[in-house]
Ligand binder design. Structure first.
Ligand code: MG
Ligand code: ZN
Length: 189
């Protein structure tokens, strides 16, 4: 597990929006986000993340990057992509408090690779995060499985045109996730 923490922003016992990276914050690629020029933020991402901060959440990114373990993404490019993400999100006023990456391949059988909840569990226990008040926003079924196992609510992003959202925990982009979470708060649910 590779853990990056911003000591200025991380807070103990704070409600948190956990976010998958590729396919949620930035466009996913057919064959991994391998180079800095392949890191493209979705147009609505920064606005949505700023709204989460205004709602009193901190942001923690939880990302499988098996391209590292497979030797498809170089460590140098991995680091550059990470730096670009932090720089852009900071520029737009929505920097994450921490980022967790799993660099392993499925056959490594680690505890951190989603659908296993290792990265979420580690973040929740290290920072004493109230998991019941948290959400994990991802775009895959494996993200939802990790959320359930870690005891927080999963919200799945199903991009327009892929298929129609099936249930009330599926939305089409991060801004719709903001509305959904706002509704939860109003209902005190
Ligand atoms: Mg994803
Ligand atoms: Zn792992």
């Amino acid at each position: 597990m590779i853990v990056w923490i911003d000591p200025i922003r991380i807070r103990l016992r704070k409600k948190t929006i956990f976010l998958d990276r590729d396919g949620v914050i930035n466009e996913d690629r057919e064959y991994y986000v391998k180079r800095p020029d392949e890191f493209v933020l979705y147009p609505e991402a920064a606005t949505a993340l700023r709204l989460f901060l205004q709602l009193g959440f901190q942001l923690i990114i939880i990302s499988n990057q098996s391209g590292l373990g497979r030797g498809i993404i170089s460590w140098d490019n991995f680091q550059k992509i990470h730096n670009i993400m932090i720089k852009r999100l900071s520029f737009y006023g929505c920097p994450p408090a921490a980022v967790f990456y799993c660099p392993h391949r499925p056959e490594d059988n680690c505890f951190c690779r989603k659908p296993r909840p290792g990265m979420l569990v580690e973040a929740i226990s290290n920072f004493d995060i109230p998991s019941l008040e948290c959400f994990f926003i991802g775009d895959r079924k494996t993200d939802m499985e990790a959320a359930t196992q870690a005891g927080c609510r999963g919200i799945r992003i199903v991009r327009k045109g892929r298929r129609t959202p099936k249930n009330r925990f599926e939305v089409q982009n991060l801004l719709e996730a903001v509305s959904l979470i706002t509704k939860f708060r109003l209902q005190g649910d």
